[in-house]
Design a protein around this ligand. Structure first.
Ligand SMILES: NC(=O)c1ccc[n+]([C@@H]2O[C@H](COP(=O)([O-])OP(=O)(O)OC[C@H]3O[C@@H](n4cnc5c(N)ncnc54)[C@H](O)[C@@H]3O)[C@@H](O)[C@H]2O)c1
Length: 268
């Protein structure tokens, strides 16, 4: 581990879904570099194990689990195993997500169910599994004020597509659902010192969007370039925002929606 790395999250454990790739993998590396122990969930077992290996190789703490967040039973079993392995999870960061583009006239029932299954249902039940454990701990040791409970955070990754995006009916709906759910959790759980925030990224160059960008002779890459004043985003820009929302520097807030918009101020 780089000796100049900060230790903002020393003593904290963060559970990150979608930790095998893109934004989730970068966020895992960055939390670990700042002292957190990381627990990674992803369907891509080999890839998520490699990210954990890499973090341990750099002197950090990481464990990885092959988990499909569309299965409530799998979430439950693996959250159980993870809590038993690491003792306590303080922060939950939900990056797992999928993109299936289709114009309204072409959307299929299967696309709707697949996208909502990962991006909405998966987010809900992963949060539920972790929050149940936090609430059980709170019930076992009741405190008179919210601030007296341990500082817990949930950060979900939505998208600017939640504002509506041509060709992304299912994805946009799932990402708007994430915003609505996260704001609901903020209202429900704030009294236990559990704060819930959302990040809405603009286009970030990751495996999720690379295929789309290169399609039709990179037509879409050129089109998006014109909409992105600060260029395409890097996963580290979103990791920075997520870690800020989890940090002491962002203590006095709950239910915030942070738009990391790359300077893109239109919804086109
Ligand atoms: N890349 C972008 O431009 C962009 C923009 C806005 C929002 N986002 C959101 O950021 C998040 C991360 O995306 P990314 O760009 O890093 O993509 P990515 O494809 O690199 O990473 C997504 C990860 O989620 C995992 N995953 C998918 N389905 C899963 C499931 N059922 N259970 C567990 N894990 C599962 C994948 O295996 C993958 O490792 C997603 O929620 C995405 O919607 C991305």
């Amino acid at each position: 581990m780089n000796s100049s790395a900060r230790s903002r999250f020393a003593g904290k454990t963060v559970l990150i879904t979608g930790g095998a790739s893109g934004i989730g993998a970068q966020t895992a590396r960055d939390f670990a570099a700042e002292g957190a122990a990381v627990v990674l969930f992803d369907t891509q077992g080999d890839a998520v194990d490699r990210v954990a290996d890499e973090i341990r190789g750099a002197g950090g703490k990481a464990v990885s689990y092959t988990v499909d967040v569309t299965s409530v039973a799998e979430i439950e079993a693996n959250v159980d195993t993870a809590f038993a392995a690491v003792g306590e999870v303080d922060l939950l960061v939900q990056c797992a997500g999928i993109l299936r583009d289709a114009l309204l006239k072409d959307v299929t029932e299967a696309q709707w169910e697949t996208v909502m299954g990962v991006n909405a249902k998966g987010i809900l039940f992963t949060a539920q599994a972790v929050v149940r454990r936090w609430l059980a701990a709170a019930a076992a040791a009741p405190e008179p004020t919210a601030a007296a409970y341990p500082d817990r955070r949930i950060v979900t990754v939505s998208s600017l597509a939640a504002d509506g995006q041509a060709g992304q009916t299912c994805y946009a709906a799932s990402k708007a659902a994430i915003v609505a759910m996260t704001k609901s959790w903020a209202k429900e759980l704030g009294r236990y010192n559990i704060r819930s925030h959302v990040v809405m990224p603009a286009l970030i160059e990751t495996p999720m969007v690379r295929e789309l960008l290169e399609k039709d002779g990179a037509k879409w890459r050129k089109a998006f370039e014109e909409l992105m004043p600060f260029g395409f985003g890097k996963p580290s820009y979103i990791s920075d925002a997520i870690r800020f929302l989890c940090s002491d520097e962002f203590y006095f807030a709950n239910g915030e929606v942070l738009r990391v918009n790359g300077g893109k101020l239109t919804s086109a």
